[in-house]
Design a protein around this ligand. Structure first.
Ligand SMILES: Cc1c2[nH]c(c1CCC(=O)O)Cc1[nH]c(c(CCC(=O)O)c1C)Cc1[nH]c(c(CCC(=O)O)c1C)Cc1[nH]c(c(C)c1CCC(=O)O)C2
Length: 342
């Protein structure tokens, strides 16, 4: 097994951590903006296998990252389940909302998702042909809670208020919705693996707003169910879980879910991660993405801090969250040079 990401996911401590970045294909790159303009809009780009593969490859060509992440979005699954989805420029996603049994009843059955999502599987097949042989292809989906927050509110929300309101006001409906997303996610990720994804990542961007027993039931438990089902169907498939802003909730997340790697955001220090999370397995993270905007000595110092703190165990270098559109592409190169020592 030569691919560095797969070695780290198998628990190997490498002299230099493999590197990739969340949102590495994105608006900070002029070549991304050009291809997106060619596609017309963001969703047309996601559903155009040739162009989606092209933007996935752009950061690999420019930087030689150790992994490519499929270009798609976590909100394609709700769309495939029958939600209306559109993006408002400068504001973000909008969806039809689910707040009643009637709304829920209008969703399509889980097996219908491939009608919408087959172009995504085609993107993966193209990428497996075109990626350099040392580059690992990561597929992904949103975690059920995070996807539910968008399906319930119809948009991104600062505190996930509408989703908490449904959870507390009609727990049966909330759990039915979460169950359906969980089932859909298993099918969606299985298809991605069959098409050629070598690793899958589950993005729980809003896990941090689940507290106490809710965190166990709606962040840990769905991640465990998805991981177990995928590993049963696809023995050995590595899973990365990202319960963003989980804080103390990161402790024990490997064991509770069966994930091979826990990705951490930058609200926790790398020293804390080494002591409390990496002792259980591979970790991924966690340089603050703001350094990709500000650069300079601070970028170099903080990058070294992350590398050094996590050098005693399996580690995949990443940012704590996605790179932002105002990032300077040269700062990304500086980060990589700092890690690889060139
Ligand atoms: C919550 C969430 C979404 N999408 C995603 C998450 C979870 C991770 C996270 O917390 O960031 C995940 C995602 N979105 C995208 C990817 C592709 C792979 C990658 O490069 O990481 C991945 C893994 C492309 C994208 N998804 C989106 C863009 C920007 C679209 C554009 O080109 O205008 C990209 C490159 C749009 C998107 N998609 C979503 C939002 C809230 C937005 C608008 C915010 C924004 O504009 O940055 C939903």
């Amino acid at each position: 097994m030569t691919k560095t990401i797969l070695r780290a996911l198998a628990g190997e401590t490498l002299p230099t951590p493999p590197i990739w970045m969340m949102r590495q294909a994105g608006r900070y790159l002029p070549e991304y903006k050009a291809t997106r303009a060619q596609a017309g809009d963001f969703l047309s780009l996601c559903y155009n296998p040739e162009l989606a593969a092209e933007v996935t490859l752009q950061p690999i060509r420019r930087y030689g990252f150790d992994a490519a992440i499929l270009f798609a979005d976590i909100l394609l699954l709700p769309q495939a389940l029958g939600a209306d989805l559109w993006f408002v420029t400068g504001e973000g996603p909008r969806l039809s909302t689910i707040t009643s049994e009637e709304d829920f009843g209008k969703l399509k059955p889980v097996h219908a998702i491939d009608d919408t999502l087959s172009p995504v599987y085609e993107t993966i097949r193209i990428l497996r042909r075109e990626l350099p042989e040392e580059t690992t292809l990561i597929g992904f989906a949103g975690a059920p809670w995070t996807v539910a927050t968008y399906m319930i509110a119809g948009r991104g929300t600062p505190d996930q208020g509408p989703a908490h309101a449904l959870k507390d006001g009609n727990r049966a409906l909330f759990e039915q919705l979460l169950g359906k997303i969980t089932e859909g996610t298993i099918e969606y990720l299985s298809r991605q693996i069959e098409a050629g994804a070598e690793v899958v990542k589950i993005f729980d961007s809003w896990a941090g707003s689940l507290k106490g027993a809710d965190f166990d039931r709606y962040a840990k438990e769905p991640a465990r169910i998805i991981t177990e089902a995928l590993k049963r169907r696809h023995p050995g498939i590595p899973v990365i879980a990202f319960p963003r802003q989980a804080g103390d909730g990161y402790i024990g997340f490997h064991a509770a879910t069966g994930a091979d790697c826990v990705a951490v955001d930058d609200s926790v220090s790398p020293d804390w991660v080494a002591e409390h999370v990496q002792k259980d397995g591979c970790v991924q993270g966690n340089l603050a993405s703001s350094h990709m905007v500000t650069g300079g000595d601070a970028l170099v110092t903080e990058t070294r801090k992350v590398v050094d703190a996590l050098s005693g165990g399996p580690h995949i270098f990443n940012l704590g969250h996605g790179i932002t559109p105002d990032a300077d592409p040269e700062n990304v190169q500086l980060m990589i040079d700092t890690i690889r020592g060139s």
